[in-house]
Design a binder for this molecule. Structure first.
Ligand SMILES: CC/C=C\C/C=C\CCC/C=C/CC(=O)SCCNC(=O)CCNC(=O)[C@H](O)C(C)(C)COP(=O)(O)OP(=O)(O)OC[C@H]1O[C@@H](n2cnc3c(N)ncnc32)[C@H](O)[C@@H]1OP(=O)(O)O
Length: 253
């Protein structure tokens, strides 16, 4: 993770080649970095983007979920939950500068921010069902809160990956920006949020989001148990093995 501060704005650049997949170590690093910025009194905003060309993040590292060690799988999921709690509940203003593909967990990271700008000709969405897995309730709450129930239900069932244009049309992202302007526009959007007194913006954000974060807090252990039980099922392992094979075939084909 490349993290630096530009005045009162923290910039986090995901930099885990080849595709910024989120494994246990990287999620832990991500959480530490966001918590550090959150606790820095001089930091009012965070921009999350990718240091890699063409990929914002490939989402959760599928290898963490394929033929897993159960203890590690539990730690992994705890870090995924924590990342969502940290980002969705963040008191600083957050902008996702989506400069590449953003499937599944990559989409969730961006949906957890306050504002999303995206470069053209990429794809974004919660494609979990295409892997034969199911987005948990807090993933679906987050997309529903962004694009509304009907569109979210349809997109979740299909595991639909939106083009940048489609994402803009349904409100999954807020603005389409050429890649060379994405950081400049992220700063402009941040300034708009800074024009509102921080405490008023923060209380409003809490009013909108707190109930969803509280829901996960209340069910956190059960959510981890569900995840581990679900992922370790033979049928789910088979589906994930097939998906991994298809990724490799697509590469060679
Ligand atoms: C009832 C419910 C109860 C409980 C809940 C249950 C389940 C919980 C659900 C868990 C949620 C999961 C969310 C996720 O994030 S799952 C991950 C989904 N991600 C994807 O599907 C992305 C797949 N990747 C791609 O589409 C492409 O790789 C991408 C467009 C990102 C990049 O394409 P490009 O052509 O540039 O690169 P590739 O050649 O495809 O990939 C390079 C190598 O990287 C490997 N790879 C890609 N993505 C991942 C990944 N997510 N994890 C691990 N590895 C990944 C790919 O296989 C290539 O590897 P090599 O062949 O080079 O070894």
């Amino acid at each position: 993770m490349l993290t630096f501060k530009e005045s009162c704005i923290g910039v986090m650049k995901l930099s885990k080649p080849p595709v910024n997949s989120l494994n246990l170590e990287y999620l832990t690093e991500f959480n530490i970095a966001i918590e550090k910025l959150e606790n820095d009194k001089s930091c009012r905003g965070v921009i999350i983007t990718s240091a890699l060309p063409k990929i914002f993040s490939a989402g959760l590292d599928i290898l963490e979920m394929y033929q897993p060690n159960t203890d590690r799988l539990r730690q992994f999921w705890t870090q995924v939950q924590q990342l969502w709690i940290n980002l969705y509940g963040s008191q600083v203003a957050t902008v996702a500068a989506i400069n590449g593909h953003a499937p599944a967990g990559g989409c969730l990271v961006s949906l957890s921010c306050d504002y999303r700008i995206m470069a053209p000709n990429y794809t974004i969405g919660l494609n979990e069902t295409q892997l034969g897995i199911v987005a948990p309730f807090w993933f679906s709450d987050t997309i529903t809160n962004t694009i509304g129930f009907r569109k979210a239900e349809r997109a979740l069932q299909l595991g639909y990956m939106f083009t940048t244009d489609e994402a803009k049309a349904c409100g999954l992202i807020d603005k389409i920006v050429p890649p060379d302007q994405i950081m400049a526009v992220a700063h402009e959007e941040m300034k708009k949020m800074f024009a509102v007194p921080d405490f008023a913006r923060q209380i409003t954000k809490n009013q909108c989001r707190k109930q969803f974060i509280d829901k996960l807090h209340a069910k956190r252990d059960a959510d981890t148990d569900n995840f581990v039980n679900f992922i370790t099922k033979d049928s789910i392992q088979k589906a994930m093995g097939k998906y991994l094979e298809s990724l490799k075939k697509r590469k060679s084909g």
